[in-house]
Design a protein around this ligand. Structure first.
Ligand SMILES: [Zn+2]
Length: 249
C-alpha cells in the first residue's frame, strides 16, 4: 500500500480555511460557541432605548451595542456565525417573558404573539446569503412556542424593502432616514405567515385578531428603520406593541 501523500502546503492552508474555528462569538474564547460570560451580558435588565427617530411604541434592547453583544451580532450577520441565532433568540425569549411578567405585554394565554422581522434589502440579503433577522425571529418563535406557559406564535414577514437602498452601515442618521423614506412597504396580501395552532395564519386573519405584535430587529441605532417599519404596519391596520432588539447603539 502506498503511503498517503502529505498535502502540499497551499492545499493544507486551503483546508485549514475551511475549518471554522470553534470559538465564542462574543469574546473569541476557544472551545465553545457562546460562553457563559457572554450569555450573561444579554441577561441584564432590559434597556428602554431612546432613539433619535420618534417612535410611538417602546424600543427594548437586551444590551448596549458594545463589547460581546455587539461582536455577537456582527459575527452572526456578517461572519457566518448563523449558530448564534439560537442563543440570541433565547435571550430575546427571556426578555419577552420578562415584559409579560411586568405587564408590558399580554400573557401568552390572553393574546397570540406576532413577530414581524425587520426587513433586509435584497442587496443585503444577497451579500449575506441569508435574511439574518428572519433567522433570529424563527428561532425566537420556536423558543416562545415551546416555552411553558406556551402560547400561539406567528412569524409575519409583512415588510419588505423596495427599490435601491444602500446598506445602512456607515450612513449617518440623516442619510439613513432619507435612504429608507418610502422604501419600507408592506408586502402584498397573501404573504405566507408561519403560525402555530391558535395564531393567525393569514394576513386577513391577523388584521382581524387582537394580538401582541412585536417588530424584531438585531440592532437599533437611530431608530429610523424601526420607525419606518412601525409606520408601514400601522398604515396597514396593524397596531404594534413594541420593538425588540438584541442591541441598541
Ligand atoms: Zn464569550
Amino acid at each position: 500500500m502506498p503511503r498517503r501523500r502529505t498535502p502540499a502546503p497551499d492545499w493544507a492552508a486551503a483546508l485549514a480555511d475551511l475549518v471554522v474555528p470553534l470559538e465564542c462569538g462574543g469574546c473569541g474564547c476557544p472551545r465553545q460557541r457562546w460562553c457563559q460570560a457572554c450569555a450573561a451580558t444579554l441577561e441584564g435588565p432590559l434597556l428602554r432605548a431612546r432613539t433619535r427617530a420618534d417612535l410611538p411604541v417602546p424600543v427594548w434592547a437586551l444590551a448596549r451595542h458594545a463589547g460581546p453583544p455587539a461582536r455577537a451580532v456582527s459575527a452572526y450577520k456578517d461572519r457566518g456565525r448563523t449558530d448564534l441565532a439560537v442563543p440570541l433568540a433565547a435571550a430575546l425569549a427571556v426578555a419577552v417573558d420578562g415584559l409579560r411578567a411586568a405587564g408590558e405585554l399580554a400573557e401568552p394565554d390572553e393574546l397570540p404573539t406576532v413577530l414581524v422581522p425587520a426587513p433586509a434589502s435584497a442587496r443585503a440579503r444577497r451579500r449575506r446569503g441569508t435574511d439574518h433577522v428572519r433567522g433570529i425571529v424563527d428561532a425566537l418563535a420556536a423558543d416562545l412556542a415551546g416555552s411553558v406557559p406556551g402560547g400561539p406564535v406567528c412569524v409575519a414577514p409583512l415588510l419588505e424593502v423596495r427599490g435601491r437602498v444602500r446598506d445602512a452601515a456607515g450612513l449617518d442618521a440623516g442619510a439613513r432616514a432619507r435612504n429608507l423614506a418610502g422604501r419600507i412597504r408592506r408586502r402584498p396580501e397573501g404573504t405566507a405567515l408561519r403560525a402555530t395552532p391558535g395564531a393567525p395564519a393569514t394576513v386577513g386573519a391577523l388584521l382581524a385578531t387582537r394580538a401582541t405584535v412585536l417588530l424584531v430587529d438585531d440592532v437599533v441605532t437611530t431608530g429610523a428603520t424601526a420607525a419606518a417599519c412601525v409606520g408601514a404596519l400601522r398604515a396597514g391596520g396593524l397596531a404594534v406593541d413594541g420593538v425588540l432588539c438584541v442591541t441598541a447603539a
